[in-house]
Design a protein around this ligand. Structure first.
Ligand SMILES: [Zn+2]
Length: 198
């Protein structure tokens, strides 16, 4: 009798230990996703071009946070690592004139633009957003997140999409120029989680 009580207690103790170990493992992987779960490793650097009014420090912080965010392209198996210079992806805060000059005829001075492997963020849009966003009552922070994910989406080989998915705007819909009846959205949708170029 005593022996079976003891063995039950022992079993309970082993179970508690196993649960504790599992919790540790879970929290470890949450904090340190195993590298082999990433299919692509992309280095990036951050710089500016032309005369900009925005803060490069603030821009860098928002870019870093967006590229590391678990809602972002990381879900497509992309690990982004910031380097001082010489990255595969060049993230640039640029004057409108410098955006246009990166691909005359292809990029406008009014919007952001990707010219692989350059991703150029228009300084004016960075500071003020666009009418379609402000008129819909959306925040500048959401706009910035959306544009970073949109332009990095171009870097990864995505073209534009033109219709909502279940009423939500894909990140590759040109939300900067109009929401087309979709709910604004700053992150890639499940259907957008693929990489064609890196
Ligand atoms: Zn675009």
């Amino acid at each position: 009798m005593l022996e079976s009580v003891l063995s039950l207690l022992l079993l309970a103790e082993i179970e508690k230990t196993q649960v504790a170990v599992q919790q540790k493992v879970d929290s470890y992987y949450a904090a340190n996703p195993p590298a082999q779960s990433y299919k692509y490793n992309i280095t990036y650097d951050v710089s500016s071009r032309g005369t900009i009014k925005g803060s490069l420090d603030e821009f860098s912080r928002v870019v870093d946070a967006t590229l590391q965010d678990p809602r972002g392209w990381i879900r497509a198996g992309v690990k982004f690592t910031r380097v001082q210079s010489g990255g595969r992806l060049h993230v640039i805060l640029a004057s409108g004139e410098q955006v246009r000059a990166a691909a005359p005829g292809g990029c406008s001075a009014e919007l952001s633009c990707t010219v692989f492997p350059l991703v150029l963020f228009n300084d004016d849009r960075w500071l003020y957003g666009t009418d379609s966003y402000t008129q819909a009552g959306l925040s500048l922070a959401d706009y910035r997140t959306m544009v970073i994910n949109h332009e990095v989406g171009h870097f990864l080989g995505h073209d534009h999409l033109s219709s909502c998915v279940n009423g939500i705007a894909p990140v590759m819909l040109q939300q900067s120029t109009g929401l087309r009846g979709c709910k604004a959205n700053s992150w890639p949708l499940n259907s957008e989680l693929w990489v064609a170029r890196h």
